[in-house]
Ligand binder design. Structure first.
Ligand SMILES: [Zn+2]
Length: 275
């Protein structure tokens, strides 16, 4: 990664083609300060690199609020959904924004899976000081049939939280619990940027994400190892494997012109700010 100075500060630019990562990760004023260590101090691009990046897709970047640290709300119907859907992005956000506040809300669990989910969240949020992990007990598989209770619960989140970013389930997910959470998110958070994540599973419902976050191999491997180590209860599931997780990230990486991996999201509504 190198750094280049724009009119309003010093911006991060990926060695590879970033589509959303700079939007998500370099929008906060803290990211406009000079880097102090690690990859962020690498050399400016060579002439060859500049030529290769001459046609880089124009990037969006988040206009995060200047008066406070960024806040993200993560909603998952079941234990492991958040990690599978946006675990790499959370790790990357945490790396870039150690002042990020994360509210990690899982809506259903069993006692065993709740313990696993708490351990998993600890791993994914290890770099952050400000975090909240809540594991609820709505009935797995029955969210649409107790939808009013789920909706009222999410309304309480809106009343006490004010996230900048909301990560939630893909609204066209075939799983009834996932789909309901996606729908309720849009019903509840109406002044927020919402990104819907995808879950690899039995249902062929992945759709075509339209927003991507590039992930380097370290982040992608960390996501997979955290999941496999935290969720022993899922080890017997044929799809809960390293190759499934890496395959989806690799495919999204190809689609996002990433060096290797990416996570894909559905953004139904995005506001393009002024230049
Ligand atoms: Zn799920």
């Amino acid at each position: 990664m190198w750094w280049t100075r724009g009119r309003d500060g010093l911006y991060a630019k990926s060695r590879h083609v970033d589509v959303l990562s700079d939007k998500l990760l370099a929008g906060h004023p803290a990211d406009r300060e000079a880097p102090t260590q690690g990859d962020d101090q690498r050399e400016a691009p060579s002439g060859g690199e500049r030529a290769r990046h001459a046609s880089v897709m124009l990037e969006f970047r988040l206009a995060l609020r200047p008066d406070r640290a960024p806040r993200a709300l993560l909603l998952g119907a079941h234990c492991d959904d958040i990690e599978l859907g946006c675990g790499g992005t959370i790790l990357e956000l945490s790396r870039r924004h150690p002042d990020l506040t994360v509210h990690w809300i899982v809506l259903s669990s069993t006692p065993e899976r709740a313990r696993e989910a708490e351990r998993s969240a600890d791993r994914f949020l290890a770099a952050l000081r400000s975090k909240e992990v809540v594991i609820e007990r709505f009935r797995d598989g029955h969210f649409p049939y107790e939808g009013s209770r789920v909706k009222e619960y999410v309304e309480t989140l809106k009343a006490r939280l004010d996230p900048d970013l909301v990560f939630t389930h893909y609204r066209d997910d075939w799983h009834q619990d996932h789909r309901l959470v996606g729908e309720i998110t849009w019903q509840t958070f109406r002044d927020h940027l919402i990104l819907e994540y995808e879950i690899p599973k039995y249902d062929p419902d992945g759709g075509s994400p339209n927003v991507f976050v590039h992930l380097d191999e370290v982040i992608a491997e960390a996501k997979v190892s955290h999941l496999l180590e935290a969720y022993a209860s899922q080890a017997s599931r044929p799809w809960f494997t390293r190759d499934t997780m890496l395959a989806l990230m690799r495919l999204r990486g190809v689609q996002a012109r990433a060096a290797r991996y990416a996570e894909g999201f559905h953004a139904r509504k995005v506001v393009l700010g002024g230049a």
